[in-house]
Design a protein around this ligand. Structure first.
Ligand code: GAL
Length: 394
């Protein structure tokens, strides 16, 4: 029998579980960094191992010249392949042919442009491209990064053998802290060990999936490949993210050439609704006006950078037609109407769907930069194939 006593015990146990879950989420890493999702550029998606100091300098120049810096982008991060070996004292050695001036000079240059500088390493013996990893050298590497002026570390998970993920990432967190320099810590273990359950006080962001690719839904993996597959995996992770600790659905593919402007706009809109880190992954030196327009849309970026730090979630799923929403600090709500189908489709969102109890609400289109007026009960509009309409409801 389910009597009153059982009932109150059940309620007590549920309260305790919910309390411990919520306190766990609130325990952010105490480095005070990334209180909004980090924004920057990373070399991997476009260039892979083909990195060198001239190109990194040009990328910093382009981040400033294109208006991306003004839009909020800060970090210039060199991914895998900058490192070649260790010296007799165990110090990590940058590739002398590709980085002849050394990392300190490069970091100084990036800083001189008002930007921040990031590097990549790996918790295992080797990086994914078989360069030296940080296993056994965590504190020495962190001291070296600090001496060079590194502001951001992406830390990968290849060649980890039997290492425990949580302990390995906590070790590098401690090493970065001991270095005395504030360094954003980006965990990249592809979601293998569900970092959203344990990484809030270890890293500022953690990858949730395998690698993104520049396509709509290509790739064989369930949690890697085209951005729509990665998007699907983010839904349900929203309660684990907040100011200082973000789910990372991987770097942007906007501008890498294999998707349409409509598809890139949708990809960018979703990353902003998810409060995802915005790390551009294209060649900033040769962007079309459309690509610059996407990457610097300040109204959409404001949704990403909203100080409430909510990750948006799916609130309606009608097969190919979806509605996603994100509450914002000022009490308004950002909404994406998403059409996955091959044909244009009319999609609507009701005020009830987004938890608004008012009759009429103001709607602003964040891509048209236009107030659309006041709407009673719901908003309905045509959404292009593979595209979004992104609005703010107030
Ligand atoms: C992968 C990682 C990529 C990139 C690559 C470099 O593990 O997910 O984003 O960093 O390694 O080798």
């Amino acid at each position: 029998m389910f009597n009153a006593k059982n009932n109150s015990i059940t309620i007590f146990v549920i309260t305790i579980i919910m309390f411990s879950l919520s306190t766990h989420q609130l325990q952010a890493l105490d480095n005070g960094l990334a209180l909004t999702p980090p924004m920057g550029w990373n070399s991997w998606n476009k260039f892979g191992c083909d990195v060198n100091e001239d190109m990194i300098r040009e990328m910093a120049d382009a981040m400033v010249g294109s208006g991306m810096k003004d839009a909020g982008y800060r970090f210039i991060v060199i991914d895998d392949c900058w490192q070649v070996s260790r010296d007799e004292q165990g110090n990590i050695i940058p590739d002398p042919e590709r980085f002849p001036s050394g990392m300190k000079a490069l970091a100084d240059y990036v800083h001189s442009r008002g930007l921040k500088f990031g590097l990549y390493s790996d918790a295992g013996r080797m990086t994914c491209q078989k360069r030296p990893g940080s296993r056994g050298y965590e504190f020495q590497d962190a001291r070296q990064y600090a001496a060079w002026g590194v502001d951001y570390l992406k830390y990968d998970w290849c060649h980890h053998g039997k290492q425990n993920a949580e302990a390995s990432y906590a070790l590098m967190r401690d090493a970065l802290k001991a270095s005395g320099r504030p360094i954003v810590f980006s965990i990249c273990e592809w979601g293998s060990n569900k970092p959203w359950l344990w990484a809030q006080d270890i890293g500022n962001l953690w990858r949730t999936t395998g690698d993104i690719r520049d396509c709509w839904d290509c790739g064989r993996g369930k949690h890697s490949g085209g951005w729509t597959k990665i998007l699907d995996f983010q839904n349900g992770l929203e309660s684990y993210a907040g100011p200082g600790y973000w789910n990372d659905p991987d770097m942007l593919e906007v501008g890498n050439g294999h998707m349409s402007t409509t598809e890139y706009r949708a990809h960018f809109s979703f990353w902003c609704l998810l409060a995802a880190p915005l790390m551009a992954g294209n060649d900033l030196r040769s962007m079309s006006a459309d690509v610059v327009g996407i990457l610097t849309n300040n109204e959409v970026i404001a949704v990403d950078q909203d100080s409430l730090g909510e990750q948006g979630r799916k609130i309606r799923d009608d097969g190919d037609y979806e509605v996603w929403a994100k509450d914002l600090k000022d009490g308004s709500c950002a909404v994406i109407l998403f059409n996955r189908s091959k044909k244009e489709k009319k999609i609507s969102v009701s005020w009830e769907d987004i938890g608004f109890s008012i009759k009429s609400a103001q709607v602003r289109d964040l891509w048209l930069h236009k107030d659309l007026g006041s709407y009673k009960g719901l908003f309905s509009t045509r959404v292009p194939s593979h595209g979004v309409v992104m609005i703010k409801v107030m």
